[in-house]
Design a binder for this molecule. Structure first.
Ligand SMILES: [Mn+2]
Length: 536
Protein backbone atom coordinates (compact mmCIF):
# COMPACT_ATOMS: atom_id res chain seq x y z
CA UNK A 1 0.00 0.00 0.00
CA UNK A 2 1.24 3.46 -0.93
CA UNK A 3 1.77 6.12 1.72
CA UNK A 4 -1.02 8.59 2.39
CA UNK A 5 -0.16 11.91 0.75
CA UNK A 6 -0.57 14.96 2.99
CA UNK A 7 -0.44 18.40 1.37
CA UNK A 8 -1.63 21.99 1.61
CA UNK A 9 -2.95 24.33 -1.08
CA UNK A 10 -1.46 25.47 -4.37
CA UNK A 11 0.92 28.46 -4.16
CA UNK A 12 1.93 27.04 -0.80
CA UNK A 13 2.61 29.35 2.13
CA UNK A 14 4.55 28.45 5.26
CA UNK A 15 1.44 27.05 6.98
CA UNK A 16 0.62 24.72 4.07
CA UNK A 17 4.14 23.29 4.00
CA UNK A 18 4.73 23.09 7.75
CA UNK A 19 1.31 21.64 8.61
CA UNK A 20 1.83 18.91 5.98
CA UNK A 21 5.27 17.97 7.27
CA UNK A 22 4.15 18.06 10.92
CA UNK A 23 0.98 16.07 10.39
CA UNK A 24 2.90 13.45 8.35
CA UNK A 25 5.33 13.17 11.24
CA UNK A 26 2.45 12.63 13.67
CA UNK A 27 0.87 9.99 11.39
CA UNK A 28 4.18 8.16 11.13
CA UNK A 29 4.52 8.20 14.91
CA UNK A 30 1.08 6.60 15.07
CA UNK A 31 2.27 3.84 12.72
CA UNK A 32 0.49 5.17 9.65
CA UNK A 33 2.53 5.52 6.48
CA UNK A 34 2.23 9.13 5.36
CA UNK A 35 4.29 11.40 3.15
CA UNK A 36 4.17 15.21 3.02
CA UNK A 37 3.85 16.89 -0.37
CA UNK A 38 3.71 20.39 -1.80
CA UNK A 39 1.71 21.76 -4.70
CA UNK A 40 4.22 24.32 -5.90
CA UNK A 41 7.46 26.16 -5.22
CA UNK A 42 8.09 27.17 -1.64
CA UNK A 43 8.32 30.85 -0.71
CA UNK A 44 11.45 32.57 0.54
CA UNK A 45 9.90 32.62 3.99
CA UNK A 46 9.29 28.86 3.96
CA UNK A 47 12.79 28.29 2.62
CA UNK A 48 14.14 30.22 5.61
CA UNK A 49 12.03 28.15 8.03
CA UNK A 50 13.04 24.77 6.58
CA UNK A 51 16.70 25.76 6.49
CA UNK A 52 16.57 27.08 10.05
CA UNK A 53 15.25 23.78 11.39
CA UNK A 54 17.16 21.56 8.96
CA UNK A 55 14.10 19.98 7.37
CA UNK A 56 13.94 18.97 3.70
CA UNK A 57 11.24 20.50 1.53
CA UNK A 58 8.46 18.04 0.73
CA UNK A 59 8.16 16.28 -2.58
CA UNK A 60 6.39 18.19 -5.37
CA UNK A 61 3.07 16.61 -6.33
CA UNK A 62 1.79 17.42 -9.82
CA UNK A 63 -1.28 15.25 -9.75
CA UNK A 64 -2.97 12.41 -7.88
CA UNK A 65 -4.53 11.00 -11.04
CA UNK A 66 -4.42 7.21 -11.15
CA UNK A 67 -1.42 5.61 -12.83
CA UNK A 68 -1.06 2.18 -14.37
CA UNK A 69 0.47 0.97 -11.10
CA UNK A 70 -2.81 1.85 -9.36
CA UNK A 71 -4.79 -0.64 -11.47
CA UNK A 72 -6.29 -3.45 -9.41
CA UNK A 73 -5.76 -6.02 -12.15
CA UNK A 74 -2.65 -6.38 -14.27
CA UNK A 75 -1.80 -9.62 -16.08
CA UNK A 76 1.54 -10.78 -14.72
CA UNK A 77 2.22 -13.73 -17.05
CA UNK A 78 4.99 -13.36 -19.59
CA UNK A 79 6.79 -15.57 -22.07
CA UNK A 80 10.53 -16.09 -21.77
CA UNK A 81 12.70 -16.11 -24.90
CA UNK A 82 13.77 -19.64 -24.08
CA UNK A 83 10.24 -21.01 -23.69
CA UNK A 84 8.94 -23.47 -26.28
CA UNK A 85 6.15 -22.44 -28.63
CA UNK A 86 3.95 -25.04 -27.00
CA UNK A 87 4.39 -23.68 -23.49
CA UNK A 88 3.84 -20.13 -24.84
CA UNK A 89 0.59 -21.22 -26.44
CA UNK A 90 -0.49 -23.13 -23.32
CA UNK A 91 0.13 -20.00 -21.23
CA UNK A 92 -1.93 -17.79 -23.55
CA UNK A 93 -4.77 -20.30 -23.51
CA UNK A 94 -4.67 -20.58 -19.72
CA UNK A 95 -4.59 -16.81 -19.15
CA UNK A 96 -7.03 -16.15 -21.99
CA UNK A 97 -4.71 -13.60 -23.60
CA UNK A 98 -4.31 -13.55 -27.40
CA UNK A 99 -0.88 -12.02 -26.99
CA UNK A 100 1.70 -11.78 -24.23
CA UNK A 101 5.00 -9.97 -23.81
CA UNK A 102 8.29 -11.74 -24.37
CA UNK A 103 11.06 -11.12 -21.86
CA UNK A 104 14.73 -12.04 -21.83
CA UNK A 105 16.49 -13.64 -18.88
CA UNK A 106 16.88 -10.21 -17.23
CA UNK A 107 13.07 -9.88 -17.38
CA UNK A 108 13.30 -6.96 -19.85
CA UNK A 109 10.66 -6.60 -22.53
CA UNK A 110 12.00 -7.77 -25.91
CA UNK A 111 8.82 -8.31 -27.95
CA UNK A 112 5.20 -9.21 -28.10
CA UNK A 113 4.02 -12.66 -29.17
CA UNK A 114 0.59 -13.14 -30.70
CA UNK A 115 -1.23 -16.46 -31.07
CA UNK A 116 -1.12 -15.97 -34.84
CA UNK A 117 2.69 -15.88 -34.75
CA UNK A 118 2.64 -19.39 -33.30
CA UNK A 119 -0.05 -20.60 -35.72
CA UNK A 120 1.84 -19.29 -38.75
CA UNK A 121 5.03 -20.94 -37.56
CA UNK A 122 3.25 -24.27 -37.02
CA UNK A 123 1.90 -24.20 -40.59
CA UNK A 124 5.40 -23.80 -41.89
CA UNK A 125 7.15 -26.41 -39.75
CA UNK A 126 9.02 -29.35 -41.21
CA UNK A 127 10.97 -31.55 -38.87
CA UNK A 128 13.65 -32.12 -41.54
CA UNK A 129 15.21 -28.66 -41.33
CA UNK A 130 13.74 -27.79 -37.94
CA UNK A 131 16.96 -27.12 -36.04
CA UNK A 132 18.60 -25.21 -38.88
CA UNK A 133 15.65 -22.87 -39.37
CA UNK A 134 14.72 -22.50 -35.69
CA UNK A 135 16.44 -22.97 -32.39
CA UNK A 136 15.51 -25.35 -29.62
CA UNK A 137 17.03 -26.70 -26.46
CA UNK A 138 17.35 -30.20 -25.06
CA UNK A 139 15.55 -28.90 -21.98
CA UNK A 140 12.49 -27.89 -24.01
CA UNK A 141 12.31 -31.33 -25.62
CA UNK A 142 12.58 -33.08 -22.29
CA UNK A 143 9.89 -30.87 -20.81
CA UNK A 144 7.44 -31.53 -23.64
CA UNK A 145 8.09 -35.27 -23.98
CA UNK A 146 8.40 -36.05 -20.30
CA UNK A 147 10.40 -39.20 -21.01
CA UNK A 148 12.50 -41.57 -18.89
CA UNK A 149 16.25 -41.70 -19.36
CA UNK A 150 17.28 -45.28 -20.05
CA UNK A 151 21.01 -44.70 -20.30
CA UNK A 152 23.57 -41.94 -20.64
CA UNK A 153 23.34 -38.41 -19.32
CA UNK A 154 20.67 -36.15 -20.76
CA UNK A 155 22.31 -33.27 -22.70
CA UNK A 156 21.65 -29.58 -22.05
CA UNK A 157 21.73 -26.34 -24.06
CA UNK A 158 21.06 -25.44 -27.67
CA UNK A 159 20.52 -28.27 -30.11
CA UNK A 160 23.08 -28.27 -32.89
CA UNK A 161 22.41 -31.56 -34.64
CA UNK A 162 19.55 -32.48 -36.99
CA UNK A 163 16.34 -34.34 -36.26
CA UNK A 164 16.09 -37.76 -37.89
CA UNK A 165 13.32 -40.36 -37.94
CA UNK A 166 14.10 -44.06 -37.73
CA UNK A 167 13.38 -44.48 -41.43
CA UNK A 168 16.30 -42.18 -42.21
CA UNK A 169 18.73 -44.15 -40.09
CA UNK A 170 21.25 -44.37 -42.94
CA UNK A 171 21.70 -40.59 -43.04
CA UNK A 172 22.27 -40.08 -39.31
CA UNK A 173 25.45 -38.17 -38.49
CA UNK A 174 27.34 -37.35 -35.34
CA UNK A 175 25.33 -35.16 -32.95
CA UNK A 176 21.89 -35.87 -34.47
CA UNK A 177 18.72 -36.65 -32.58
CA UNK A 178 17.03 -39.84 -33.69
CA UNK A 179 13.42 -40.72 -33.03
CA UNK A 180 12.70 -44.42 -33.31
CA UNK A 181 10.32 -47.09 -32.05
CA UNK A 182 10.72 -50.39 -30.32
CA UNK A 183 9.19 -52.11 -33.36
CA UNK A 184 11.83 -50.78 -35.68
CA UNK A 185 14.94 -51.13 -33.61
CA UNK A 186 17.30 -48.40 -34.82
CA UNK A 187 18.97 -47.84 -31.48
CA UNK A 188 22.27 -49.57 -32.10
CA UNK A 189 22.56 -48.29 -35.66
CA UNK A 190 21.96 -44.75 -34.48
CA UNK A 191 24.59 -45.16 -31.75
CA UNK A 192 26.99 -46.41 -34.36
CA UNK A 193 26.35 -43.34 -36.50
CA UNK A 194 27.18 -41.06 -33.58
CA UNK A 195 23.69 -39.89 -32.57
CA UNK A 196 23.68 -37.70 -29.49
CA UNK A 197 20.17 -38.47 -28.33
CA UNK A 198 17.87 -41.34 -29.22
CA UNK A 199 14.22 -40.98 -28.39
CA UNK A 200 12.38 -44.30 -28.32
CA UNK A 201 8.62 -44.31 -28.65
CA UNK A 202 7.36 -47.29 -26.72
CA UNK A 203 4.57 -48.77 -24.73
CA UNK A 204 4.94 -49.25 -20.99
CA UNK A 205 5.52 -52.99 -21.23
CA UNK A 206 8.34 -52.76 -23.78
CA UNK A 207 11.73 -53.36 -22.30
CA UNK A 208 14.64 -51.29 -23.59
CA UNK A 209 18.05 -52.42 -22.44
CA UNK A 210 20.45 -49.67 -21.43
CA UNK A 211 23.48 -49.30 -23.77
CA UNK A 212 26.54 -48.75 -21.62
CA UNK A 213 29.88 -47.44 -22.79
CA UNK A 214 28.52 -44.86 -25.21
CA UNK A 215 28.13 -41.04 -25.14
CA UNK A 216 24.66 -41.40 -26.58
CA UNK A 217 21.64 -40.76 -24.36
CA UNK A 218 18.57 -42.94 -24.70
CA UNK A 219 15.22 -41.58 -23.60
CA UNK A 220 12.01 -43.52 -23.68
CA UNK A 221 8.67 -41.77 -24.25
CA UNK A 222 5.13 -43.04 -24.03
CA UNK A 223 3.72 -41.33 -27.11
CA UNK A 224 3.78 -42.68 -30.63
CA UNK A 225 6.17 -41.58 -33.37
CA UNK A 226 3.86 -39.00 -34.94
CA UNK A 227 2.92 -37.35 -31.70
CA UNK A 228 6.55 -37.35 -30.58
CA UNK A 229 7.73 -35.65 -33.79
CA UNK A 230 4.96 -33.11 -33.47
CA UNK A 231 5.91 -32.28 -29.87
CA UNK A 232 9.56 -31.95 -30.82
CA UNK A 233 8.67 -29.43 -33.54
CA UNK A 234 6.74 -27.47 -30.92
CA UNK A 235 9.81 -27.35 -28.72
CA UNK A 236 11.41 -24.58 -30.76
CA UNK A 237 12.09 -21.49 -28.72
CA UNK A 238 10.16 -18.26 -28.82
CA UNK A 239 13.52 -16.55 -29.39
CA UNK A 240 13.64 -18.00 -32.90
CA UNK A 241 10.31 -16.50 -33.96
CA UNK A 242 10.23 -13.09 -32.21
CA UNK A 243 8.18 -10.92 -34.57
CA UNK A 244 9.69 -7.55 -35.44
CA UNK A 245 6.44 -5.66 -35.87
CA UNK A 246 5.96 -2.50 -33.82
CA UNK A 247 3.80 -2.49 -30.72
CA UNK A 248 2.84 0.01 -28.05
CA UNK A 249 4.06 -0.36 -24.52
CA UNK A 250 3.68 1.83 -21.45
CA UNK A 251 5.52 2.65 -18.27
CA UNK A 252 4.25 1.77 -14.81
CA UNK A 253 3.76 5.43 -13.81
CA UNK A 254 1.87 6.64 -16.89
CA UNK A 255 -1.52 8.15 -16.18
CA UNK A 256 -4.62 6.18 -17.11
CA UNK A 257 -6.18 9.34 -18.52
CA UNK A 258 -3.30 9.66 -20.95
CA UNK A 259 -3.20 6.10 -22.27
CA UNK A 260 -6.96 5.49 -22.46
CA UNK A 261 -7.56 6.89 -25.95
CA UNK A 262 -4.51 5.28 -27.44
CA UNK A 263 -5.57 1.90 -26.08
CA UNK A 264 -8.97 2.26 -27.69
CA UNK A 265 -7.63 3.29 -31.07
CA UNK A 266 -4.54 1.10 -31.37
CA UNK A 267 -4.69 -2.07 -33.43
CA UNK A 268 -3.52 -4.00 -30.39
CA UNK A 269 -5.56 -5.45 -27.55
CA UNK A 270 -2.92 -6.21 -24.94
CA UNK A 271 -0.33 -3.67 -23.85
CA UNK A 272 2.85 -4.55 -22.00
CA UNK A 273 3.92 -2.25 -19.19
CA UNK A 274 7.51 -1.69 -18.13
CA UNK A 275 8.30 -1.03 -14.47
CA UNK A 276 10.50 1.67 -12.99
CA UNK A 277 13.29 -0.89 -12.66
CA UNK A 278 13.22 -1.46 -16.43
CA UNK A 279 11.77 -4.96 -15.98
CA UNK A 280 8.40 -6.06 -17.31
CA UNK A 281 5.62 -4.97 -14.95
CA UNK A 282 2.72 -6.74 -16.64
CA UNK A 283 0.15 -6.55 -19.39
CA UNK A 284 -3.05 -4.51 -19.45
CA UNK A 285 -6.11 -4.29 -21.67
CA UNK A 286 -8.81 -1.64 -22.00
CA UNK A 287 -11.31 -3.37 -19.77
CA UNK A 288 -8.82 -3.27 -16.84
CA UNK A 289 -8.84 0.52 -16.82
CA UNK A 290 -12.08 0.84 -14.88
CA UNK A 291 -10.78 -0.56 -11.63
CA UNK A 292 -7.98 1.25 -9.88
CA UNK A 293 -6.93 1.96 -6.33
CA UNK A 294 -7.50 5.61 -5.60
CA UNK A 295 -4.65 7.52 -4.01
CA UNK A 296 -5.32 8.36 -0.38
CA UNK A 297 -4.83 11.98 0.58
CA UNK A 298 -5.22 14.35 3.52
CA UNK A 299 -5.86 18.02 2.75
CA UNK A 300 -4.20 20.57 5.02
CA UNK A 301 -4.94 24.29 5.20
CA UNK A 302 -7.48 24.13 2.33
CA UNK A 303 -10.58 22.28 1.25
CA UNK A 304 -11.73 23.66 -2.08
CA UNK A 305 -10.96 21.51 -5.10
CA UNK A 306 -9.67 24.36 -7.22
CA UNK A 307 -7.02 25.13 -4.59
CA UNK A 308 -6.05 21.47 -4.42
CA UNK A 309 -3.96 19.10 -6.45
CA UNK A 310 -4.86 18.16 -10.03
CA UNK A 311 -6.79 14.90 -10.21
CA UNK A 312 -8.21 15.37 -6.69
CA UNK A 313 -11.59 14.03 -7.91
CA UNK A 314 -9.97 10.63 -8.54
CA UNK A 315 -8.36 10.58 -5.11
CA UNK A 316 -9.78 9.36 -1.82
CA UNK A 317 -9.83 12.20 0.69
CA UNK A 318 -9.36 10.64 4.13
CA UNK A 319 -9.17 13.82 6.19
CA UNK A 320 -9.27 17.59 6.02
CA UNK A 321 -7.51 19.73 8.63
CA UNK A 322 -8.31 23.37 7.96
CA UNK A 323 -9.03 26.81 9.35
CA UNK A 324 -10.72 28.29 6.27
CA UNK A 325 -14.29 28.54 5.13
CA UNK A 326 -15.72 25.54 3.33
CA UNK A 327 -16.86 26.08 -0.23
CA UNK A 328 -18.46 23.50 -2.50
CA UNK A 329 -16.82 20.65 -0.68
CA UNK A 330 -18.04 17.25 -1.74
CA UNK A 331 -16.59 13.77 -1.32
CA UNK A 332 -17.53 10.25 -2.38
CA UNK A 333 -16.92 8.67 1.00
CA UNK A 334 -17.25 9.68 4.62
CA UNK A 335 -14.18 11.39 6.01
CA UNK A 336 -12.70 13.05 9.07
CA UNK A 337 -12.89 16.82 9.06
CA UNK A 338 -11.09 18.84 11.68
CA UNK A 339 -11.88 22.51 11.16
CA UNK A 340 -11.47 25.23 13.74
CA UNK A 341 -11.67 28.99 13.79
CA UNK A 342 -8.06 29.62 14.64
CA UNK A 343 -5.44 31.72 12.91
CA UNK A 344 -3.32 28.86 11.65
CA UNK A 345 -3.70 25.24 10.58
CA UNK A 346 -0.64 24.29 12.65
CA UNK A 347 -2.49 25.40 15.79
CA UNK A 348 -4.92 22.55 15.05
CA UNK A 349 -2.10 20.14 14.20
CA UNK A 350 -0.46 20.87 17.55
CA UNK A 351 -3.75 20.07 19.26
CA UNK A 352 -3.78 16.74 17.42
CA UNK A 353 -0.27 16.01 18.75
CA UNK A 354 -1.52 16.71 22.26
CA UNK A 355 -4.61 14.58 21.82
CA UNK A 356 -2.35 11.66 20.88
CA UNK A 357 -0.04 12.41 23.80
CA UNK A 358 2.93 12.96 21.49
CA UNK A 359 5.40 15.78 22.01
CA UNK A 360 6.82 17.03 18.72
CA UNK A 361 10.61 17.01 18.41
CA UNK A 362 12.44 20.32 18.24
CA UNK A 363 12.41 20.72 14.45
CA UNK A 364 8.73 19.80 14.04
CA UNK A 365 7.78 22.16 16.89
CA UNK A 366 9.85 24.82 15.11
CA UNK A 367 7.96 24.33 11.87
CA UNK A 368 4.57 24.57 13.59
CA UNK A 369 5.64 27.66 15.53
CA UNK A 370 6.88 29.26 12.30
CA UNK A 371 3.57 28.63 10.57
CA UNK A 372 1.61 30.23 13.42
CA UNK A 373 3.94 33.25 13.55
CA UNK A 374 3.64 33.57 9.77
CA UNK A 375 -0.15 33.21 9.50
CA UNK A 376 -0.78 35.59 12.42
CA UNK A 377 2.01 38.07 11.52
CA UNK A 378 3.52 37.43 14.97
CA UNK A 379 0.09 37.60 16.66
CA UNK A 380 -0.76 40.99 15.07
CA UNK A 381 -3.23 39.81 12.48
CA UNK A 382 -6.94 40.22 13.38
CA UNK A 383 -7.30 36.46 12.64
CA UNK A 384 -5.02 35.54 15.57
CA UNK A 385 -6.75 33.84 18.54
CA UNK A 386 -5.56 33.16 22.10
CA UNK A 387 -5.24 29.51 21.09
CA UNK A 388 -2.71 30.46 18.39
CA UNK A 389 -0.70 32.48 20.89
CA UNK A 390 -0.77 29.66 23.46
CA UNK A 391 0.25 27.03 20.88
CA UNK A 392 3.03 29.15 19.38
CA UNK A 393 4.39 30.03 22.82
CA UNK A 394 4.66 26.35 23.79
CA UNK A 395 6.10 25.39 20.42
CA UNK A 396 8.73 28.17 20.50
CA UNK A 397 9.75 26.87 23.91
CA UNK A 398 10.26 23.34 22.56
CA UNK A 399 12.01 24.65 19.46
CA UNK A 400 14.23 26.90 21.53
CA UNK A 401 13.45 30.13 19.66
CA UNK A 402 12.25 33.53 20.82
CA UNK A 403 8.97 34.16 19.06
CA UNK A 404 9.58 37.88 18.46
CA UNK A 405 13.19 37.70 17.38
CA UNK A 406 12.81 34.55 15.32
CA UNK A 407 9.44 35.65 13.91
CA UNK A 408 10.91 38.92 12.69
CA UNK A 409 13.88 37.15 11.12
CA UNK A 410 11.49 34.84 9.34
CA UNK A 411 9.21 37.59 8.05
CA UNK A 412 12.20 39.65 6.96
CA UNK A 413 13.57 36.65 5.05
CA UNK A 414 10.18 36.30 3.38
CA UNK A 415 10.04 39.85 2.19
CA UNK A 416 13.74 40.09 1.46
CA UNK A 417 14.44 42.34 -1.50
CA UNK A 418 18.15 41.95 -0.95
CA UNK A 419 19.11 40.84 -4.42
CA UNK A 420 16.55 42.98 -6.27
CA UNK A 421 17.79 46.02 -8.20
CA UNK A 422 16.08 49.44 -7.64
CA UNK A 423 14.40 49.07 -11.04
CA UNK A 424 13.09 45.59 -10.09
CA UNK A 425 11.78 46.93 -6.79
CA UNK A 426 9.75 49.72 -8.41
CA UNK A 427 8.37 47.49 -11.19
CA UNK A 428 7.55 44.32 -9.19
CA UNK A 429 3.97 45.35 -8.55
CA UNK A 430 3.19 48.59 -10.37
CA UNK A 431 -0.17 49.97 -11.49
CA UNK A 432 -1.16 53.20 -13.20
CA UNK A 433 -4.27 55.26 -12.54
CA UNK A 434 -5.83 58.23 -14.27
CA UNK A 435 -6.95 60.82 -11.75
CA UNK A 436 -8.50 64.05 -13.05
CA UNK A 437 -6.15 64.46 -16.03
CA UNK A 438 -3.19 63.21 -14.03
CA UNK A 439 -1.35 59.97 -14.82
CA UNK A 440 -0.32 58.42 -11.54
CA UNK A 441 1.86 55.31 -11.15
CA UNK A 442 1.71 53.52 -7.81
CA UNK A 443 4.08 50.65 -7.00
CA UNK A 444 3.82 48.63 -3.82
CA UNK A 445 6.25 46.34 -2.02
CA UNK A 446 5.95 44.53 1.30
CA UNK A 447 8.74 44.55 3.81
CA UNK A 448 9.55 44.46 7.48
CA UNK A 449 12.73 46.40 6.89
CA UNK A 450 11.77 49.87 5.71
CA UNK A 451 15.03 51.41 6.87
CA UNK A 452 16.93 48.88 4.78
CA UNK A 453 14.99 49.96 1.69
CA UNK A 454 15.33 53.65 2.46
CA UNK A 455 19.11 53.24 2.37
CA UNK A 456 18.62 53.00 -1.38
CA UNK A 457 16.31 56.05 -1.51
CA UNK A 458 18.58 57.99 -3.87
CA UNK A 459 18.82 55.13 -6.37
CA UNK A 460 15.09 54.41 -6.10
CA UNK A 461 14.17 58.04 -6.82
CA UNK A 462 16.54 58.05 -9.79
CA UNK A 463 14.82 55.08 -11.47
CA UNK A 464 11.37 56.39 -10.48
CA UNK A 465 12.16 59.71 -12.22
CA UNK A 466 13.47 57.77 -15.22
CA UNK A 467 10.20 55.81 -15.47
CA UNK A 468 8.17 58.96 -14.90
CA UNK A 469 9.90 60.73 -17.79
CA UNK A 470 9.76 57.71 -20.10
CA UNK A 471 6.03 57.22 -19.61
CA UNK A 472 4.96 60.84 -19.10
CA UNK A 473 3.55 60.22 -15.60
CA UNK A 474 2.64 63.23 -13.50
CA UNK A 475 3.32 61.38 -10.31
CA UNK A 476 5.15 58.21 -9.26
CA UNK A 477 4.51 56.85 -5.77
CA UNK A 478 6.39 53.93 -4.25
CA UNK A 479 4.45 52.44 -1.33
CA UNK A 480 6.72 50.49 1.04
CA UNK A 481 4.33 48.62 3.30
CA UNK A 482 5.38 47.30 6.69
CA UNK A 483 3.04 44.45 7.61
CA UNK A 484 4.33 44.29 11.17
CA UNK A 485 4.03 47.95 12.06
CA UNK A 486 0.80 48.38 10.11
CA UNK A 487 1.66 51.29 7.90
CA UNK A 488 3.45 52.39 4.77
CA UNK A 489 6.36 54.63 3.99
CA UNK A 490 5.84 56.39 0.68
CA UNK A 491 8.39 57.79 -1.75
CA UNK A 492 7.05 60.37 -4.20
CA UNK A 493 8.53 61.88 -7.38
CA UNK A 494 6.86 64.22 -9.89
CA UNK A 495 5.54 67.78 -10.09
CA UNK A 496 2.16 66.92 -8.59
CA UNK A 497 3.51 65.79 -5.22
CA UNK A 498 1.19 68.26 -3.51
CA UNK A 499 -1.70 65.93 -4.45
CA UNK A 500 -0.27 63.35 -2.04
CA UNK A 501 0.12 65.89 0.74
CA UNK A 502 -3.50 66.93 0.31
CA UNK A 503 -4.83 63.40 0.08
CA UNK A 504 -3.28 62.20 3.34
CA UNK A 505 -2.94 65.52 5.12
CA UNK A 506 0.79 65.17 5.51
CA UNK A 507 3.94 67.09 4.71
CA UNK A 508 6.52 65.28 2.57
CA UNK A 509 9.99 65.47 3.95
CA UNK A 510 12.78 64.59 1.58
CA UNK A 511 10.04 63.27 -0.83
CA UNK A 512 8.90 60.77 1.80
CA UNK A 513 6.30 60.28 4.52
CA UNK A 514 4.92 57.59 6.89
CA UNK A 515 1.23 56.75 6.47
CA UNK A 516 0.13 55.11 9.67
CA UNK A 517 -2.44 52.31 9.31
CA UNK A 518 -2.30 52.45 5.52
CA UNK A 519 -1.75 48.98 4.06
CA UNK A 520 -3.95 48.71 0.99
CA UNK A 521 -3.33 50.40 -2.31
CA UNK A 522 -6.78 49.44 -3.56
CA UNK A 523 -8.79 50.29 -0.48
CA UNK A 524 -6.86 53.18 1.07
CA UNK A 525 -4.33 54.90 -1.17
CA UNK A 526 -6.17 55.08 -4.48
CA UNK A 527 -9.53 56.33 -3.04
CA UNK A 528 -7.80 59.10 -1.03
CA UNK A 529 -5.83 60.27 -4.06
CA UNK A 530 -8.94 60.12 -6.23
CA UNK A 531 -10.99 62.37 -3.99
CA UNK A 532 -8.05 64.76 -3.51
CA UNK A 533 -7.53 65.03 -7.27
CA UNK A 534 -11.14 66.07 -7.74
CA UNK A 535 -10.80 69.04 -5.44
CA UNK A 536 -7.74 70.47 -7.19
MN1 LIG B 1 -3.12 28.75 6.91
Amino acid sequence: MDSILIFGHKNPDTDSICSSISYSYLKNQLGIKALPGRLGDISKETEFVLKHFGVKKPKLIDTVSPEIRDLTHVERAAINVGDSLKSALDLMTKENFSSLPITNNEKSLVGMLHVSDIANTYLDLDYKDLFTKYSSTYENIQKLLDGDIISGEYPTGLIEGRLKAASEIDTVKKGDIVVTTTVFDGIDKAIGAGAKLIIVCSRDEDYISPRQGTDCTIMRVNSNLFKTLKLITQSITVASIIPNRKFYHFKEDEFLSEIKDLMKEADQSNFPVVGRDGKLYGTIRSKNLINFTRKEVILMDHNEHHQSVDGIKDAKILEVVDHHKFGNFETNEPLIIRAETVGCCCTIVYKLFKEEGITPPKEIAGLMASAILSDTLIFKSPTCTPQDIAAATELCEIAGVDHKKYGMEMLIAGTSLGNKSPMEIITMDSKTFNMAELDVAISQINTVDISGILKKQGELQKVMTQKLNENGYDLFILVITDIINSGSQILVVGDSANLVEGAFDIKLENNSAWLDGVLSRKKQIVPSLMSASQSI
